[in-house]
Design a protein around this ligand. Structure first.
Ligand SMILES: [Cu+2]
Length: 488
């Protein structure tokens, strides 16, 4: 059923590829490129009647992505990647002009078996040259894809062929090694999975095998094209070029073994945190980890250019948050010049300003949680800073966030969203009446003039002497308290 759905999607999204740069006749001997432009998660794909060089495998599911079908020709698996401009919907109402492969960014996942000989045609329909580097693979030097070093770059309108044997099983990715900063800032990347051809002592059979790439963009709110010269200050934190609530959930049946393969092609690290379960890192882009080297984690830091395989038993039912633990990576695009307003009382002021500036809003005087439900006027093409609505209200998350949905009645192999979890009665946090809560004493108020190092204490000293002492270390940290001299 999943496969049928995929083919329906593939057929619906398949366009006869023709352009001025590469005529159909020029591609006559090549496998027809398969194009898919929808951002929903395609079901697992296995080639009909072909299992590759090894035993049957459990296909991966690419989060908000898809696996590229191949053509088997004389025992070689032939793929056709087309590098081209695409439009990617990051979340409903937010579409961005990117560069990608075969209609999508990231490009489709390439999925093969250890020992397979693969031949990959790469057609360049970008306005500039490109290459593809096969991150992590063992291959002949001339197939490694570093433009200028291993090969001449692929000019616009031309097709190059890469051919090698997928020598070791594992988790890999592909991306250009030509004008790399620009081309990766525009979304050119994809996943690669090589399944083991025999039973491997360090590679478990899993019931579900998910994969996605971490990526980041700098898109000015309201704009449609990323700024490509940004080096560090990105504002869109995405998984497979999707942002919450545009990222699909990972679903599992209670008790299943689940693998999540993640690669980081951003310019910073991402500590990926999964609620509700513990996992082991069972592999990197260097291969499977030795079982005796593994330990339990709930957060795995994935550094720049690294890949990690997280594996766990989904043995707790519920809707579990799964997200990057850098809190600004679970936010949408925002202005950075917003001052901290917690504790500032604006009562009365807003109405007065709104007479002059009708859209005026105060941000954050009680924290930023209000942002999750505010109807802020947004530019036409962006997404709210904190959004996504759960069964109990705004989730107050954007960017690198989704959920792991574990259900006892999720059918095996069914990847459909089961909806929100209903907690059994008596298992959810609940409010109590004020007279039923234990007394909650307030923290003592600090002396009013604690920062006035040069003036005499103005507040009356507390009766018990223990409160006088903490003033000294506070004063000592003041850089302009010259008479302490600790920084000379
Ligand atoms: Cu992050």
């Amino acid at each position: 059923m999943q496969r049928r759905r995929f083919f329906a999607q593939a057929l619906a999204g398949t366009a006869a590829v023709a352009s001025a740069a590469v005529g159909r006749h020029a591609l006559a001997g090549l496998p027809e490129p398969v194009i898919r432009t929808t951002p929903d998660t395609a079901g697992p794909w296995t080639p009909p009647g072909v299992t590759g060089a090894g035993r049957p495998y459990r296909p991966v599911v690419t989060l908000n992505g898809w696996t590229l079908p191949f053509r088997l020709k004389d025992g070689v698996k032939e793929f056709h990647l087309v590098a081209e401009p695409v439009v990617r919907e990051f979340a409903p109402g937010f579409a961005v002009n990117l560069w990608g492969y075969n209609g999508s960014s990231p490009g489709p996942t390439l999925e093969v078996v250890e020992g397979d000989r693969v031949r990959i045609y790469v057609t360049n329909r970008l306005p500039e040259h490109t290459t593809i580097h096969w991150h992590g693979q063992r291959l002949p030097n001339g197939m490694d894809g570093v433009g200028g070093l291993n090969q001449p770059q692929i000019p616009p309108g031309k097709t190059f062929v890469y051919e090698f044997v997928a020598r070791r099983p594992g988790t890999f990715m592909y991306h250009p090694h030509a004008d790399e900063m620009v081309q990766m800032a525009m979304g050119m990347m994809g996943f690669w999975v090589t399944h083991p051809k025999d039973r491997h002592p360090w590679i478990a059979d899993v019931d579900r095998d998910y994969c996605f790439l971490l990526n980041a963009f700098d898109v000015t709110p309201g704009a449609r094209t990323p700024n490509v010269n940004t080096m560090l200050d990105f504002n869109i934190w995405a998984w497979n070029s999707r942002v919450f609530p545009g990222i699909d959930p990972l679903v599992a049946r209670l008790g299943e073994r689940v693998r999540v393969r993640i690669g980081n092609l951003t310019m910073t690290n991402h500590p990926i945190h999964i609620h509700g379960i513990e996992f082991e890192v069972t592999g990197t882009d260097g291969g499977p980890t030795r079982p005796e080297s593994r330990w339990m984690e709930v957060t795995a830091d994935i550094a720049v250019g690294q890949m990690r395989q997280l594996e766990f038993i989904a043995d707790e039912e519920g809707d579990w948050a799964m997200h990057c633990h850098k809190s600004h990576h679970t936010m949408g695009a925002m202005g950075h010049g917003v001052p901290t307003m917690i504790g500032v009382d604006h009562r009365g002021l807003v109405q007065r300003i709104q007479r002059v500036v009708p859209d005026y809003m105060v941000m954050g005087e009680r924290g930023m949680a209000d942002m999750g439900e505010m109807e802020m006027p947004l530019p036409d093409n962006t997404f709210p800073m904190m959004t996504g609505t759960g069964p109990y209200g705004p989730i107050e998350m954007g960017g690198m966030f989704t959920t792991l949905k574990v259900r006892h009645d999720q059918p095996p192999g069914d990847y459909r969203d089961p909806g929100w979890y209903r907690q059994p009665p008596g298992t959810q946090a609940y409010p109590v009446a004020a007279d039923q809560a234990p007394a909650a004493p307030s923290a003592p108020t600090p002396p009013a003039s604690a920062h006035g190092a040069h003036t005499a204490p103005a507040s009356p000293a507390p009766a018990h002497g223990t409160h006088a002492a903490p003033r000294a270390p506070f004063d000592a940290r003041k850089p302009h308290g010259g008479h302490h001299g600790h920084h000379h």
